[in-house]
Structure formats: C-alpha cells, structure tokens
Write a protein that binds this ligand. Structure first.
Ligand SMILES: Nc1nc2c(ncn2[C@@H]2O[C@H](COP(=O)(O)OP(=O)(O)OP(=O)(O)O)[C@@H](O)[C@H]2O)c(=O)[nH]1
Length: 283
C-alpha cells in the first residue's frame, strides 16, 4: 500500500514539533489504547531524543482491559511513564501530573544541583489525528481551547495553560501523521478513525475488523448481528446474513453491501460490539 502523505506537510509538522520541544520539559504522547503500536509514530522517538515521556493510552473505555494492562506494563518497562485514561473523565490531571513529575524528577534534581530554582514542569501533548489530543487539553484546561471533532485533522492552528499544581501545558497539540508501512496498520488506523475513510478501501477495513472479531470473540459477533459465522465462512454469506438481520437492503431483496460495510465499521469504531485492542503488547 502506498499512501501519499505530502512530504511538505511532514516536514512542517516536524519543524513545528522541534520548535515547541525547545520550550518543554516533558512530552505527553497520546496513543489510542485500542492500537498503541499503530498509533505511535516513530518519528517522535527520533525528534524527542532524551526528553522525558509520559504516554497516555486514551479511549481506554473502548479497549480491551487485559490488553491495556499488558501495554501499561510493557511501557513501564520501557520507562515511558504510561497511564490509561478516558479523556472525557473528570480529574484526568490527577492521573497525568504525578507521572509528569516522576518523568522530570531527575532533570529537576540536576538543575537544583546547579543552583537553578524549581519552576513549573512544561509539557506538550503530541499524537496522531483523532487520538483525543483536544479532548484531553480541554479537559485539563476546563474550557474549550482546542477544537474537537470526530473526523481526523480537526485540530488546527499558543499559550500556557495551568495544569494541576506543578505543571503548565502548551495549548496547541503537536500533530503527527499516522505512519504505516504495512496494510494491516492502515486497516487498524482506519478502523479506529485515525485516518480518513478515503485512504484504505472501506470493504477491506470492514473485512479486517470482522475477521478480527470472528477470531477473537466469535460468539459476541454472532450474537450482536444475530448470525452464525465462523472464520471459514464465506464473506459474502456473512455480509448477506448481516444485511438481512439489519434490514440493509438495496431495493427488493438485494443486500446493500456498502451499507453492511459502513455498519460493521461504525459498530467496531464506536465499540458497539465490544471493547477490542487490535495491537498486542507482546509479539
Ligand atoms: N470513547 C472515548 N472517546 C473519546 C475519548 N477521548 C476523545 N474521544 C472522542 O474522540 C474523538 C476525537 O477526539 P479529539 O479530541 O478531537 O482528537 P484530536 O486528537 O484532537 O484529533 P485531531 O483534531 O484530528 O488531531 C472525539 O469525538 C472525542 O469526543 C475517550 O477517552 N473515550
């Protein structure tokens, strides 16, 4: 699969992040808890080099709880100071701030040894589209600062927001482009809404999601759609069964396949069938 991210846009995003990095002590990277590997852009590791990092696994309400625990312990081992949150919950700052303090402790101790007074911890939120950057910033600020929306790329265009008792947060998130070299990552990004519906063919995304559910949670899938499918079933037959049970007809008795595709994607993307994590912490 070749996706044309405009090189100019990438270079600009990188420059902006590098400029902002000079002003901050800690990077708060937001990942989608459903795809912690696929929603991470390796460029961040390159540009942040030795900056302390806090990793937020956001949208934990839509991810598989056990998988989230595995991801947290893996990220802890990597020294990333992780936390899983629902960006819409109250008081998320109480979960984020202690980690930012922990992540920057060594740096502030070194500064204190040089006689530099302690000041507020400066932080910036970074992540690919739709992971919840604006939701988290607005939640911390307790007012609407960054524009939020369900379509990728809504956050546009800086001041410091007081965050918690010892932290200041840049009000503009650093936006990274989603990076993927393999088709599966592209499908996961599409399935969770991180990339526009025009990037990866939607039927492939729906079939990927359906196969994932049939492999990992077949009973729930079948109960949800009132069908009887398994991994060996013919895709067209499953589509027809879902189309019939959901009344997705094109006219007469014809099944509207596009509507079935859209329904499957909607149901998975919005965790209507269940909570799933598509990236494994240990591979
Ligand atoms: N269920 C759930 N939805 C969330 C959570 N956090 C954010 N959302 C929703 O996810 C969508 C995207 O959130 P945004 O805050 O706009 O994401 P963003 O990263 O700023 O997106 P861009 O502007 O595209 O870069 C919105 O519909 C939010 O309401 C969460 O923890 N759980």
């Amino acid at each position: 699969m070749s996706i044309n991210w405009f090189p100019g846009h990438m270079a600009k995003a990188r420059r902006e992040i590098e400029e902002n990095l000079k002003k901050i002590d800690v990077v708060i990277e937001i990942l989608d808890a459903r795809i912690p590997a696929s929603s991470h852009n390796p460029m961040l590791d390159e540009v942040t080099r030795h900056k302390p990092r806090v990793v937020i696994l956001n949208k934990k309400d839509m991810a598989d709880e056990r998988a989230t625990k595995s991801w947290i312990s893996r990220l802890e081992k990597e020294g990333k100071h992780p936390v899983a949150i629902n960006g819409r919950d109250n008081q998320i700052i109480r979960k984020i701030e202690p980690l930012a303090i922990e992540a920057t402790e060594e740096m502030f101790e070194k500064m204190a040894a040089k006689g530099i007074n302690r000041r507020a911890i400066r932080a910036m939120i970074i992540g690919i589209p739709n992971v919840g950057k604006s939701t988290v910033i607005n939640n911390i600020a307790k007012k609407k600062i960054a524009q939020t929306g369900n379509t990728p790329g809504v956050t546009k265009r800086q001041q410091w927001i007081k965050a918690g008792t010892r932290m200041e947060l840049l009000d503009t998130p650093g936006i990274l482009w989603p990076k993927f070299e393999d088709e599966e990552t592209g499908k996961k990004l599409s399935l969770t809404g991180a990339i526009k519906d025009t990037v990866v063919p939607l039927d492939e995304v729906a079939i990927y999601g359906m196969n994932f559910l049939l492999e990992h949670d077949r009973e729930t899938f079948n109960r949800f759609y009132n069908v009887d499918a398994d991994m060996d079933a013919d895709i067209v037959e499953i589509y027809e069964a879902i189309g019939r049970s959901r009344g997705l007809k094109a006219g007469g008795n014809e099944i509207n396949y596009e509507a079935v595709t859209n329904r499957i994607i909607y149901d998975i993307r919005n965790a209507k069938i269940g909570r799933y994590t598509f990236d494994r912490a240990v591979d």
